[in-house]
Design a protein around this ligand. Sequence first.
Ligand SMILES: Nc1ncnc2c1ncn2[C@@H]1O[C@H](COP(=O)(O)OP(=O)(O)OP(=O)(O)O)[C@@H](O)[C@H]1O
Length: 904
Amino acid sequence: MEPPSPPPPTTVRRNPPRRARPPPTPLAASAKPKPSSALSRLLDDEAAAAAASVPPAPPPPLQEERLKVFLRIRPIPERCKPESVSRPTPRKDPRRKQQPKHGDGPREQLCCLAPTGPNSVALTVPRSKLADPKRGRTEVFDGFSAVFPPVSTQLDIFAQVMSPLVEDFLGGKSGLLVAMGPTGSGKTHTVFGSTRNPGILPLTLREILSEGKGERILDLLSDAAERVLQQSAIKGLQEVPISNSTDAESLVSCGMLKRTTAATNANSNRSQCIITIRADHKSSDTDCGYSVLTIADLAGAERERRTGNQGTRLLESNFINNTSMVFGLCLRSLLEHQKNQKKPLEKHFKNSMILNVKPGNDDYVDTSFLLRQASPYMKIKYTTLDDSSDLASQKRSNASLICQESKKKRKVHKPEVLVVERKETMDTYNITEVSEKDEEQPVFLNSELPRVSRSEAIMTNFARALWTVLKQYKSKLLESENAAESMKELIRDKDIQIMELKKELEVLNARCSCKSVPITEESSVNQDDSVLSGQAVRSLISLPKKSDLGSCDASVDNFHLVAEEVSEEFSCHGPEKSPVPCILKGESDSCDASSISLIDEQEPCSRGSKPEKSCHPDAFDPKFDTEKGSTKVELQMLHKELDRSESFTEQTSAQAVGLTPVSGHSDNQSAQSLAEHDTLPCLKTERISLSPQCTSSKKATLEHSEEETEELRKITVEDKDIQKDVNKREAKNPESLNSCLQVSYDTQGARSSQSSLQGMAACQKKPGDLDPESERCEPAVEKAAVKHDGSQAPDQKNDPGGMMVPCLQKEMTSPAKAAKDPSKGSQAEKTADKRKEASANRPGDTKKTSRRLQPAAAMMLKEFIGADMAVDTKREERGKPLSSVETGKSDELIRLVKGGRPEY
Ligand SMILES: Nc1ncnc2c1ncn2[C@@H]1O[C@H](COP(=O)(O)OP(=O)(O)OP(=O)(O)O)[C@@H](O)[C@H]1O
């Protein structure tokens, strides 16, 4: 079975052969060193003679030369060769058939790099590194100045690489040689060599100094002093003059000893070594009078994995690689500059580069990298002129570059700018060029003017549009500022209004808080009740008012209106209550009294057509009917009170009938109970009506008051019927009536009066006989009367008439009654005078009708008295008094009613 044929190699050709002339390598043709100095001098003399006989030739034209890149392939070390290679070839067995293999042969198996010509090499990818082992891949690198196979000697390298530079150097031209390659590739071996096999530098020194052309050698680092790099030059380098090669070699040896080296896996140098040789030329045809030859032995790029460096060695590797990279960048910069003249022009050398590579398969990566990296460098071009000519050509080159830039700028700038630029470039232009440019300028300007004018028009329009937009923004900004100012003023006005409202509310709160206290502390009716009553209402309405601080203005106005009305309503009856010697304790007491007076006042108002109305002094006030606004509120409160009085009457009557100890309550208790049951609900209702949100309910309440008025009239009719029954009962059983009336006189609360009334009603159930119920009724009422007397306040005890006295006195203010009883009439007049005086002394008195509490019993008594008065009037008309039988009332009862407490 035959082995598979080797895969066809894929060849990639880089840097194909150039048409540029090959580098002048007079010594390169032979591996021999430069001929002897004597021969050289002879040749020189002959050439000089020939030159002298020939007329001076014109200056040589500019000749572009490329950077010389040499490639030296070092031999594979013996230790790296396999035994099959190092061992002698075994005797072939003729019987054994040789099996051909891909890359067979020691050289092909070990080496990945092989020269394919004088200027090219082939790099074959080792099979171990192929992705597809069946397909090989070979790269051919071409374009080298020379390729030195591993068998090349040091003299070969010197003859082809260094000798031309030395020649130029001795001729006053500077030169540079750089050895570049991976570590262990033979750079140092190439540059320095050994004693037995000297490298480029020793051979150069021998060439220069033996030849006697060099007067001195520039310094190799002679000490370890630190130097400073200034503007691409190391300053402070020590220069040691040398006169012979021995001194030069000893000096180089001293420098090499100080070179940083370290033992690594590659045993490489750890520094970049640069040897500079300067030669001064006395009869110099150069501008600077000297030339410099620089030989650099760069530290080889290292691979960390292979060197195994750590710590300091690793840092050195980084430094070396970085400097190598920088050097590579410099070379690349030269290349880029040649491609694009705009890029900064770095001073480049007419130099050579020798690449040292290792051809082993293991070195494939490094070799491939170097070749790939250095391959473009071969395209770097430089001129072969000397420095003087270089300087002139450089100036011309710069001038041409500036001219090109100016042309480009003229296309985009105005003519004025072009003139300036042209002036700026005058220094670098020669006169001829400038004159040529001046001739071309009008044509250029004529072609540029339309474009410039168009650009100017565009810019002008753009500026106008921008100006218009800015104006619009400015106007909008002004409008916004005005709007902001108006809003600020509006906010200020609103703040002022809010402050005023707050002040008003504070005043109202202060009044309510200040005036509610005296109501609780000073409960005596003797004080100014006009203020007290108003304060009581205000204190009650303060709560909803506080809770409604955020309500609308209309609500606040309603609140003020209702508050004023109620205040006035409460203030109007104050003077009438002032003579009442009752002591009310606490707010509930005062409210109780207020509610009582309201009921009393409501009666003449609701019974406007009744004769009792005329008995009230204020009823004759013509302003009474005009105060309907306040009367409505009074009606509302009155109806509420009447409703509660009715319910309370029913309750009390039920208690009286059931002989419950209703009268066991003290006056205060009864007053408090009234306050709890009657007054507070009444005021609560008023509180609701005072609420700013309840104006509609207020109206509803006022409408409802008319219905209540009708109910009140019905109650009055019923009272009249009851009164008639009482009259009949009185005629039959006066004692029973007296006892009932006594109870009603002794009690000043509505509850006691109602109890007595119910007692009477109970007694009237069976007129004519003393049934058990009536018998049971009397002791109960008497008991209540006794207890009530015992619980009376001192002032009330001193006043035997109690509350009924002023009530009756008020009834006696009727003109007819006053005429009938002068004494009582005078008393009523006194009371009326007091009222008038109080009303006159009261500031802002609206002369409204005063209201006082009159329970149902008192109402009946009014009816009774009214009937009596009517009878008296008839009797006066007839001229003789009527008997008690005719009037239906006993004299004792009349006396009791008119005079006060009955006499037993
Ligand atoms: N052409 C050659 N012929 C014989 N021996 C060589 C050749 N080139 C290199 N060597 C040997 O290879 C070894 C390494 O060479 P050298 O030190 O010059 O490598 P290098 O490139 O300078 O390494 P580094 O960059 O690490 O300093 C040396 O021992 C040297 O003698």
